[in-house]
Design a protein around this ligand. Structure first.
Ligand code: SAM
Ligand code: SF4
Length: 330
């Protein structure tokens, strides 16, 4: 019998998000504070350690790996890491989440390295608003990156939009139109209260139901039971079969009962739940047992019994988790 990873509630863990860096060229207002201190290079996992973890997880039933961060394309050696991970026997899909700023340079190499799907963050189509939300980003660079990704031959390219009342809630329709016109999927995300980002989140929660209602004024939406192996719920557009509309609703539609995933931060912490602090220090385990995976696996299996049943984000959006999203591996 092949080994599988199971948590204390009988949920099979077959999806791992690996954060390859906490650094980023953007400073999105929901993800980071304006001034951030990043991890010193000596306290992050090496590319070889990340690959070792990927192999260990896949040998124990993980079928999907997402590379994320921080901005994964800022990590030196990322393309060769993708080549190595995508070649691990037993892995069904290697996918990546990126802010798109460097895709004109890297999209084709990523596709050639075996990355099957890309999620690209895009919160606004207005250059000024885009700059305000990312603090440093240039919209045109990301739009060019999205077109490069379309040409590169990924199985799917999906837009991720975090909707924040008073910032980009007026753009829900424009973002949907953009996805439709470019035959892309789009997922709307409710902001999670991770880290002190230097602004109050109290009044800015914009629920997925409100997003859906906005879209429904202009498009005929159809229910769908589709699942891409993550937390999103999907709907289809009646007249535009190329675009799926997804909703990630950590506040209003808790998705914990079907949770199949864990995250490994670039510090080597195995986070058992995005909304809780439970974790296992894998960095020291890996370094204490450089050639033997068995003790590492035993600790991972043990830790999974501490995976919480669910997260509880407060409706007010106040911070309960001090970790920033860039450090968690979104
Ligand atoms: N830098 C890449 C990017 O932006 O796509 C990958 C890392 S980012 C942390 C991954 C995803 O998390 C992005 O889609 C981003 O919009 C989302 N995200 C970041 N902070 C968030 C928060 N506080 N609540 C909800 N989503 C968040
Ligand atoms: Fe960077 Fe992504 Fe966080 Fe924005 S959401 S600051 S692009 S890691």
């Amino acid at each position: 019998m092949p080994s599988v990873l199971m948590d204390g509630f009988g949920r099979k863990i077959d999806y791992v998000r690996l954060s390859v860096t906490d650094r980023c060229d953007f400073r999105c207002i929901y993800c980071m504070a304006e001034n951030m201190t990043f991890l010193p290079r000596q306290s992050i996992l090496s590319l070889e350690e990340i690959e070792r973890c990927a192999k260990l997880f896949v040998a124990n039933g993980v079928r999907k790996i997402r590379l994320t961060g921080g901005e994964p394309l800022t990590r030196k050696g990322i393309i060769s890491l993708c080549e190595k991970i995508s070649a691990i026997p037993g892995l069904d899909e290697l996918v990546m989440t990126t802010n798109g700023s460097q895709l004109t340079k890297y999209a084709q190499s990523l596709a050639d390295a075996g990355v099957k799907r890309l999620n690209i963050s895009l919160d606004s189509l207005c250059p000024d608003k885009f700059k305000t939300m990312t603090r440093t980003g240039e919209l045109q660079q990301v739009l060019d990156g999205i077109q490069a990704a379309r040409r590169a031959g990924f199985q799917r390219v999906k837009i991720n939009s975090v909707i924040i009342q008073g910032h980009n809630d007026e753009e829900i329709l424009a973002l949907t139109d953009y996805a439709v016109d470019n035959q892309l999927d789009i997922t709307f995300i409710e902001e999670m209260p991770l880290g002190h980002v230097g602004r109050s989140r109290d009044a800015s929660l914009f629920s997925s139901d409100k997003v859906r209602d906005n879209i429904a004024k202009h498009y005929a939406l159809l229910d769908s039971s589709e699942n891409s192996g993550g937390p999103a719920r999907y709907m289809r557009l009646k007249d535009y079969s190329h675009t799926r509309i997804g909703f990630i609703s950590p506040h209003t539609h808790n998705f914990c009962s079907t949770c199949n995933r864990v995250r490994l931060t670039v510090e080597g912490k195995l986070l058992l739940c995005l909304g809780n602090e439970h974790s296992l220090d894998m960095l020291n385990l890996l370094r204490d047992h450089p050639t033997d995976d068995a003790p590492v696996l035993a600790q991972v299996q043990q830790a999974l019994h501490n995976k919480p049943e669910e997260h509880h984000f407060s409706a007010e959006g106040e911070v309960q988790i001090v970790r920033f999203m860039n450090a968690s591996g979104g």
